[in-house]
Design a protein around this ligand. Sequence first.
Ligand code: GLV
Ligand code: MG
Length: 328
Amino acid sequence: MSFTTIERQAPVRIYRSKLFVPGSKTNFFEKAAAGPADCVCLDLEDAVAPADKDKARDNVVAALNDVDWKGKIVTVRINGLDTTWCYKDVIALVEKGGEKLDAIMIPKVANAKDVYAIDWLMTQCSQNAGRRKKIGIEVIIESVLGLKNIDEIAASSKRMETLHFGAADYAASQGMRTTNIGGGNADYVMLTDKDEADRRERHWNDLWHYPLFKLVQAARAHGLVAIDGPFGDYQDPDGFRAQANRTAILGCEGKWAIHPSQVELCNEIFTPPEKEVARAQAILDSMKDAHNTGSGAASLNGVLIDAASIRQAEVIVKQMAMIREKGK
Ligand code: GLV
Ligand code: MG
């Protein structure tokens, strides 16, 4: 290990599924609270029409106080810093939103100053309201500036907990020629060389690999949690599954559900598969035996394992232990 260690700043909890509920749709609140999502995000931003913004804010403040959220992580996505709703959202949520509010999600963050401004306002309002619980900050990386400045954003505040990737706004910001939110694009392909029969295969590439890899790396480097954002086609569970599996393998701890049907998929995919957990446990057991006999490495089913294998295996075993604990 390096002499520089990373302290986890994000609370240790389960983030597998984050169900988005428009703040204007009060009839969905109780259902979301009773459902299987680990986290609920009440949205004041893009899912709410401009004419409904003030009403939605009132709805959300009332729901934070009155709904039984059944131990879920409850966060609210506020409007962006370039709107005149933003400061009103923060003041209302922090001064009147009650102790259940776990975190405020800031969209379209471009640099550390954006987070600083919201943190300052949250701190003033918290003191004014005599809040006991610290409210966290979640940031959506969904612009070219946000991705470019991701390290300073991740390090910008003691309130920072999670980084989220917003594929739709990101694509727009970069001028990407795609309209499929978080999904594939049939034209973003490589062609293999011709084989003996003159055939060529089309291999789809992952449009989102670079920003997501960078996001997970920045989150981990600053002790935060990385969460994958929306997958727009909620009638395509296979496409969702493929995208979510890739980001789970990269190190994301969860993904957004923009439709209730995506919640169970998130919970399933962001729970390590039984086979992986069993293998990770076997690695830990074999290495314990190896250490007891004074050896630094061992072999499991013909494959070499060593101290690095222990660290990999521990990630999976710890994650599973937390999920089992929550399921109790
Ligand atoms: C989410 O906010 C997105 O833009 O994809
Ligand atoms: Mg967005």
